[in-house]
Design a protein around this ligand. Structure first.
Ligand SMILES: O=C(O)CCC(=O)C(=O)O
Ligand SMILES: [Mn+2]
Length: 203
């Protein structure tokens, strides 16, 4: 019997962080599968660019986003309310793969498309009320590698940087969102697009 591609080799790295529980699987999807998913998502997702309000001023969000779910529950952050599309076949397949290691039944996927190095995601926690306390956030990356920064809210010298590689999975759970912020900074390098999927539970 042929086993599913290296399912048994999926090994996470536990990040050494206080007040947090963060796991990183550098190779969660093998590279050919990751290439196929990247192309399919880039071309079929209903990408949108929302206007956000920061300190009373409106800006175009510095990336494209989309919301998919198996229910019709909306998700509101930075004064933007997103309405979900129904999960596509690929998003359901990925959800099923990550649920093998997460023990969480995700309802929703928020997608980000960083078109180039000028696209970014500012410091924030995933702490919206829809997510409840101590949410499990499963974050999948395809395409260009980008730096992911984490910093502790109270201990400013506690910082982490991870290069989120093509086909990787990062899981943030426990008290991570309560105590830490994260961001994807801009880069002046000329780079290719990156797609990020964060699976969440929105009741
Ligand atoms: O692009 C990423 O890796 C992070 C995305 C993120 O933090 C979010 O959408 O809340
Ligand atoms: Mn986030």
């Amino acid at each position: 019997m042929k086993l599913d591609f290296f399912e048994s080799d999926r090994e996470p790295i536990h990040l050494d962080m206080i007040d947090a529980d963060v796991l990183y699987y550098p190779i969660f999807f093998e590279s050919k599968k990751a290439d196929d998913l990247y192309k399919k998502l880039l071309n079929t997702i209903n990408w949108q660019q929302d206007t956000i309000k920061v300190f009373g001023k409106t800006y175009l969000q510095p990336r494209l986003t989309a919301l998919y779910a198996n229910n019709s529950n909306t998700y509101t952050y930075s004064n933007v309310t997103m309405h979900p599309n129904l999960f596509t076949e690929e998003l359901l397949w990925i959800k099923n793969e990550i649920e093998k290691v997460c023990l969480t039944q995700f309802t929703t996927c928020l997608l980000n498309l960083y078109r180039n190095g000028q696209d970014s995601n500012g410091w924030h926690s995933d702490n919206e009320k829809e997510l409840g306390k101590n949410p499990v956030i499963a974050s999948v990356s395809f395409g260009e590698e980008r730096r992911f920064h984490l910093k502790h809210k109270a201990h400013k010298d506690h910082r982490k940087t991870i290069q989120l590689q093509h086909g990787s999975l990062l899981i943030m759970q426990g008290t991570t969102q309560e105590h830490w912020l994260h961001q994807i900074p801009k880069t002046s390098k000329v780079i290719q697009p990156r797609i990020n999927l964060t699976y969440r539970v929105i009741q």
